[in-house]
Design a protein around this ligand. Structure first.
Ligand code: SF4
Length: 418
């Protein structure tokens, strides 16, 4: 069972008109997890540097929101000013956090809201180095996720989603995670599953930069090749096991392959205790086009997630909404009192991060939404450390391909290699 590109809408996002901008305010973290793309080398960026990056993202990307990431962004001393500045620039600040700084800390949560935060994506999974939660299963972590979801709901008016890196060790838990999220649809706005990716260190490839072999020192390496092949199609199967009504509405493909689905976004509908269906591609297209028509940029995140039931009127144009509408009324017939219950939306995003193809090409997300600013240019945030360590992207060469011999310094200078 694979998601079909023909059954989805291809997001109209591009390099220059993309609703998402990725801002890293620090590379420090308070837990340092497996699967993280970032090495701790430089610490916190200055407020001036961060503001400059925000302005550039707005100017170059036409962003609707800025994803504030790291490292752990909530440990940056100027986080409140950063959030306020993004808001002042007319964009929505979304915080990607491990949540440790927010544990039992509602006053800080209120301050973040007051500064203008749109909400949070809490990264919680079973392979993290989270104090007091090491060695726990995904099911054990439901209590932790629920504590955060309740805390944010109590403060109110904020978006809450949960991110989970997908490894062979937790892929089988996806149906249970989806069911947990569906059960708490009133306070959980979305889920994000990121397929673990790392450069294989089993001798499959040599790594070179600007024609020179290098010792690979980025954080995203793996000795175990079979860890890095979980795809969005694998996750899709598990999502369907969790909620048979889940269907993705939109996608982004790969930059090299023609059948990979690198970003897959679905929006489910349901009330507390019952799921009804998913948004279809036509409605997603309408949302993106209308938002762009009126706001002049595309849409990635919204604060509210209660469905205005008038949206069912679009069921005539959109198969997904039409089927949802029918399920809704079938439910009302069976349980008339559910007519008075709100219907919510809940998104599920799947990201299949870069794949190194057998010939060494790297299949990135087409129109990458998570590009970030590095030394006056946009680079893929998942590969930022290649720029920080080696001044360029790394090239993977399949073993057996001729390894370039580094030129002597004077020959290299003549050839313009330095
Ligand atoms: S290519 Fe872009 S969207 Fe895809 S994993 Fe890398 S940074 Fe994220």
């Amino acid at each position: 069972m694979r998601p079909s590109k023909q059954a989805m809408y291809r997001f109209p996002w591009s390099l220059n008109d993309n609703p998402i901008g990725w801002l890293e305010v620090t590379d420090k973290c308070n837990i340092y997890c497996r699967g993280c793309y970032r090495l701790n080398r430089e610490g916190h960026k200055t407020l001036d540097q961060v503001k400059e990056e925000i302005r550039l993202l707005k100017q170059w990307r036409n962003c609707d929101n800025i994803s504030i990431a790291g490292g752990e962004p909530l440990i940056h001393p100027d986080i409140l000013e950063i959030i306020a500045y993004i808001k002042e620039q007319g964009m929505k600040p979304l915080i990607l956090t491990n949540g440790v700084k927010l544990w039992d800390n509602k006053p800080f949560l209120r301050e973040l809201k007051q500064a203008g935060a749109l909400g949070f994506t809490f990264h919680i999974d079973s392979e993290q180095n989270r104090p007091h939660w090491k060695g726990k299963t995904e099911q054990d972590l439901f209590d932790l996720r629920l504590t955060y979801a309740k805390m944010v709901a109590e403060v109110g008016g904020l978006f809450t989603s949960f991110g989970c890196t997908v490894y062979p060790s937790n892929v089988e838990s996806i149906p249970r995670i989806v069911q947990w999220a569906n059960k708490h649809i009133d306070i959980v706005h979305g889920l994000v599953f990121i397929c673990f990716r790392a450069a294989p260190m089993d001798g499959t490839f040599n790594y070179v930069v600007k024609g020179k072999p290098i010792e690979l020192e980025v954080g995203y390496t793996s000795e175990d090749d079979h860890e890095v092949h979980i795809t969005s199609a694998d996750v899709y199967e598990k999502l369907k096991e969790g909620n048979p009504y889940y269907e993705p509405a939109a996608y982004l493909g790969g930059t090299q392959t023609h059948d990979a689905v690198k970003w897959m976004i679905g929006v489910q509908f349901g009330r507390k205790g019952k799921m009804y269906g998913s948004l279809g591609p036509r409605a997603m297209e309408m949302v993106q086009s209308t938002y762009h028509f009126f706001r002049k940029h595309y849409l990635a995140y919204t604060r509210g997630h209660k469905l205005n039931k008038a949206a069912f009127l679009l069921g005539g144009f959109d198969k997904g909404l039409g089927a949802t509408h029918r399920q809704y009324w079938a439910d009302i017939v069976r349980r008339p009192l559910s007519f008075f219950q709100p219907v919510y939306t809940q998104s599920i995003a799947v990201i299949q991060a870069p794949d190194i193809l057998p010939d060494g090409r790297q299949d990135m997300c087409d129109s990458c939404p998570d590009m970030t600013v590095f030394e006056g240019k946009l680079v893929h945030s998942c590969r930022l450390d290649e720029w920080r360590l080696y001044g360029n992207y790394i090239v993977a060469q399949p073993l057996g391909a001729p390894v370039p011999v580094p030129a002597a310094p004077e020959e290299a200078a003549k050839a313009g290699m330095n």
